[in-house]
Design a protein around this ligand. Structure first.
Ligand SMILES: [Mn+2]
Length: 388
């Protein structure tokens, strides 16, 4: 029996467009810290080695700072670390793995799986690696690496990167990994576990074929990010997997119908419960119709959360708040010149009805009314002073 740690898709060097300034820097730092968390889990659980199943780096063009810091953190892992080149970091002419900085900074325990096929990693333990050599391979690299191998003498683990054919929406893809072939190799004892990378969310397909997912979240679509897998593999029995959560960030989508004060309270409660906020990115999709007063309160509330969260962004395609302009205008009490502006904006907004920002690219008349309502809403908020 061998125990090892399966992880993938570190995507080191990745930036997220919705993170600004200090938040981006902290996110970058957290992704290096994830390597140290891998070291902790491997030590605590007695793993004999670590396998990173592709996309260690976001691209071949990552900063030398990223490469040096990543390798320094990998050096803190007590056991060998096997890196598989994936679609983001293939072993091509400009590969990060053949760069001078990688060679100079590589700790001794870090090994690049730079040839397809067998790699002995311990007595009686072999990896079958399927590294990527370009971004556009013309075949199923893992099937190629397994071709011609007979049953293993000891324990054998296949290491590949890419979409399984059963999960790939592109049915004509020549490089998707055939599940049937993997199941045959497992049944015949050619391999005993298949460690995959590419999906950033943890996913098992049958008992011995698994994606570990990214150790730190990378997108709102991921259902189970932030895990690494400790895997016990033996020749005679199914593998035993234990997920360990190492991720410290979360990306959360909040969708809500907001029609008045009670709904704003509920939204406040939902956002307030998310923690820790400085490592949480929230994407809000709000729909409904609000009075000027309620819209002002909502905007004030969201402004406060913009500060508290690492980022709070609007999910534009699912967000549609309309403002209904009513009697509030008469008790604004601003007077003078501003009253004239209010009258003009109210006329443009078609006061009495309701209108949202409307779909992008809508007619200019609709845009004008929506803009006028937004302006009135902001004016109302300013005139009323800071709300709670
Ligand atoms: Mn990836």
């Amino acid at each position: 029996m061998v125990r090892f740690l399966h992880t993938s898709d570190w995507q080191l060097g990745m930036t997220r467009h919705f993170l600004e300034g200090e938040a981006q820097a902290r996110y970058t730092g957290a992704r290096i810290d994830a390597i140290r968390s891998v070291a902790d889990v491997a030590r605590r659980e007695g793993c004999e080695f670590v396998v990173v199943a592709g996309d260690v780096f976001e691209s071949s063009l990552v900063a030398t700072q990223t490469v040096r810091r990543a390798l320094e953190a990998m050096g803190s892992i007590d056991v060998p670390v096997y890196l598989l080149p994936g679609n983001h970091d293939p072993l091509d002419a400009v590969s990060v793995y053949s760069s001078r900085v990688f060679a100079a900074a590589r700790p001794e325990n870090v090994v690049v799986l730079d040839t397809p096929g067998l790699h002995e990693v311990a007595p009686g333990v072999e990896l079958v690696a399927a590294p990527w050599f370009s971004k556009e391979p013309l075949s199923d690299l893992l099937a190629d690496a397994l071709a011609g191998l007979g049953p293993a003498d000891g324990v054998r683990i296949a290491v590949g990167h890419g979409a399984l054919d059963v999960l790939d929406p592109d049915e004509s893809s020549v490089r998707s990994i055939g599940l049937a072939g993997l199941q045959r190799a497992l049944a015949d004892g050619v391999v005993h576990y298949v460690a995959l990378g590419d999906k950033h969310t943890r996913l098992g397909v049958g008992e011995a074929v698994h994606y570990s997912g990214s150790p730190e979240v990378t997108s709102f679509r991921e259902e189970q990010p932030g895990d690494v897998l400790v895997v016990d593999v033996s020749a005679g029995a199914p593998p035993v997997l234990t997920p360990h959560h190492v991720g410290t960030w979360s990306f959360v989508s909040v969708q809500a119908q907001v029609e008045g004060a009670a709904d704003i309270d509920a939204l406040d409660e939902e956002l307030g419960a998310l923690a820790p906020k400085d490592r949480t990115v929230v994407r809000t999709a709000l729909q409904g119709t609000l009075t000027l007063a309620d819209k002002a309160r909502l905007d004030t509330l969201l402004d406060a959360y913009d500060d508290a969260f690492a980022a709070r962004i609007t999910w534009s395609s699912h967000d549609d708040i309309a403002v209904v302009v009513g009697d509030e205008l008469t008790d604004l009490g601003v007077g003078g010149f501003v009253d004239h502006v209010v009258d003009r904006l109210a006329a443009q907004a078609g006061v009495g009805g309701a209108a949202g920002p409307g779909p992008a690219g809508a007619g200019s008349a609709g845009d004008e009314a929506g803009t006028a309502r937004d302006a009135l809403s902001l004016l109302y908020r300013l005139a009323k002073g800071p709300a709670a």
